[in-house]
Design a protein. Structure first.
Length: 306
């Protein structure tokens, strides 16, 4: 059973850095549960606001529903009770409801609702989609605004009113106007999460908009650096943030941007470069080239010894 009510979950995830653990695969691309559990235990030793199992960085899109439930259950079982575990839900509404039920069975504390699969939809359809999932679960729900599910300020305000267990809004678009309007209307009703790729790049300006936390993929392989960066952001130490951006984050994003899908691949490369391999990515993603991996390894070595 979940350790958090929806309201408690919202407060907890807004109180610290968030991360999406990678999902460990063997060379044959099967799920390596033992290695994954070790990873969750290691990450849970740090002061984090929550872990999102089988999320975007965890390759949700390449996992079967059975595998998703297994990954979430492993995370929930491995993390301490005071570390919230959020599970994914996505695809069509009926399938998302099934994922939500699986999350409850697996012992998750909340749900990250990904955009519906493939098709575009208007705001009314998106609202009905979220409302149906929220009605189907007792867990707290975070909506993820990106791709073909970009929520307007009016829609988010409606959902905050009709869905008591809606606890968070994750922005994967970078539309400052919309984020400003949502926060101005709803204030502390929701927790606001930065969700752009390599969210550290946008963390400091987003803090001014009420986005108190973000999802750090870097935390997987450089947890101390990621937490130091987050602390500098929350304390608004702009000089330190700029220094860390220049030393690591921006060069890291240059490698990430060389190919579509590298936002996940580069994290697994970082795991390997720090001696904690999580195995390869699954198709349709591809791993970094040898040259790109070497560049990343050198970058990590520099920041690790700084």
């Amino acid at each position: 059973m979940t350790s958090f009510t929806p309201a408690e979950l919202g407060r907890r995830i807004g109180s610290g850095l968030l991360s999406f653990p990678v999902t460990h695969f063997r060379d044959d691309l099967s799920f390596d549960e033992a290695a994954y559990r070790e990873h969750v235990v290691r990450l849970s030793k740090y002061d984090v606001g929550g872990l999102f199992a089988a999320g975007g960085t965890g390759e949700f899109f390449s996992l079967t529903p059975t595998e998703v439930e297994r990954v979430v259950a492993a995370a929930a079982d491995s993390a301490p009770d005071d570390t919230p575990i959020l599970a994914p839900a996505g695809y069509g509404t009926a399938t998302a409801i099934e994922f939500a039920a699986a999350a409850e069975r697996a012992g998750a504390d909340g749900i990250l609702l990904f955009p519906p699969y493939l098709t575009e939809a208007g705001q009314e359809g998106l609202a009905r989609h979220v409302e149906a999932v929220c009605r189907a679960t007792s867990l707290g729900v975070v909506i993820y605004s990106r791709a073909n599910a970009v929520y307007s300020a009016d829609t988010v305000a409606r959902l905050a009113d009709t869905c008591p267990n809606l606890v968070g809004y994750k922005d994967g678009v970078g539309d400052i106007d919309t984020v400003t309007r949502i926060h101005a209307r709803l204030g502390g009703r929701l927790t606001y999460i930065g969700g752009l790729p390599t969210a550290e790049t946008f963390a400091l300006p987003y803090l001014q908009l009420g986005v108190t936390t973000y999802s750090s993929a870097i935390f997987n392989f450089l947890p101390e650096f990621a937490l130091a960066f987050y602390t500098a952001v929350r304390e608004q130490r702009q000089a330190d943030v700029t220094r860390m951006l220049s030393a690591f984050v921006l060069p890291y994003t240059e490698i990430r941007n060389r190919q579509a899908g590298y936002a996940v691949s580069i994290v697994k490369a970082g795991m390997a470069a720090t001696g904690r391999s999580a195995g390869p990515v699954r198709p349709p993603l591809t791993d970094l080239s040898t040259q790109e991996y070497d560049s990343l390894s050198a970058l990590i070595a520099r920041v690790s010894t700084a």
